[in-house]
Design a protein around this ligand. Sequence first.
Ligand SMILES: NC(=O)c1ccc[n+]([C@@H]2O[C@H](COP(=O)([O-])OP(=O)(O)OC[C@H]3O[C@@H](n4cnc5c(N)ncnc54)[C@H](OP(=O)(O)O)[C@@H]3O)[C@@H](O)[C@H]2O)c1
Length: 368
Amino acid sequence: MARILILGGYGFTGRLLARHLLEQSEAQITLAGRHLENAQAYAEQLNTEFKGERVSARRADAASRQSLHEALDAVDLLLVAAPTTQHADTVIRAALESDVDYLDIQLDAQKLALLKSLAPDIARAGRCFITEAGFHPGLPAAMVHYAARRLDRLDTAVIAGYLNMGRALPYSDAVDELMEVFRNYQAQFFRNREWTRPGQYEVREVGFGGEIGVRKCYSMFFEELRALPQMYPTLQELGFFMSGSHWLVDWIITPLVLGGLKLAPRRGIRPLGKLMWWGMQTFSRPPYRVLLKVEARGENNGKPVKIEITISHSDAYELTAIPVVACLLQYLDGSACRPGLWMMGHLVEPVRLFRDMEQMGVRISQLS
Ligand SMILES: NC(=O)c1ccc[n+]([C@@H]2O[C@H](COP(=O)([O-])OP(=O)(O)OC[C@H]3O[C@@H](n4cnc5c(N)ncnc54)[C@H](OP(=O)(O)O)[C@@H]3O)[C@@H](O)[C@H]2O)c1
């Protein structure tokens, strides 16, 4: 039975990861974080709901190598679901030194650079490290692979996201991490078989259908997209576009935040994060939903084809946890457990991933 330690196992995403893992697998779960009493309380709750006393609790601090080493004794996989990118070096090295596999759901350029620099060590140690897992990052590349499976030839793949989480969410360290992403914001997309400059962004109107309708969307780059043109040499256009929210957030608060982060890249994170979060919470209007859509064009049997695949959920944390657990099902049965460093979007078998996600409650629709 695999033994999985979830760092942040009682946070917004961690709680759902634990629950879905208990439902979908036979794994033994350890919930870890800096407050043992919080981990114990949730472990007790899960053990009353799920048979077999499969959940335990541990104190672990991402800032402390010693505490991570102790927590990772007798563990097979470290699942990082805590907003701890500032401690990525400590966490990643602790996983390698403890000889455990690793999966993170974080979006962070420095963490990714560190993992890439350690990739030869990871492979030599025979460990499987999976990074950039979740909804975004995680699903954009998987959606392109999924679309490509349904076409003889893939010419264009444009992914668009609608993210409207509602109004009642408290500020957390994860928002600070979002500000780090804003600070390093990259907007390039692939057009006419070439990547545009990182700072060059494009605005497009995207139709999401239903109550959401047509929205203005802004290009946003994810590292997982970079390898796709080599994987599909017929690709001429590829990109990710994120929908805007209220005009005040798009045209006043976001430029203020981006400018502020340039002037005060460190000290500005918390106050500007609070301003951004306040704007997103105060001006958000229904429908409260998260949705990703890929529109792909290509050819089947010599004829031009267009397909659209949409995945959505009413809860953004569910849409983060479910793909991770669907990926872990492939890791746990060995089909996605290979030595080396992998991005979730490229490691998984996409057809099974989407089937398993649907079974766990994600709404998936396809048009062609
Ligand atoms: N890939 C995606 O699609 C996606 C989507 C959403 C979020 N995310 C990322 O997922 C991560 C978690 O987000 P979230 O909103 O679920 O976070 P969250 O609810 O704020 O996470 C809190 C959890 O992390 C623990 N934690 C915080 N600091 C810690 C430390 N130094 N050492 C150990 N545990 C610590 C907390 O416990 P204690 O405070 O008791 O230590 C708690 O269990 C973030 O990195 C976020 O950016 C990714």
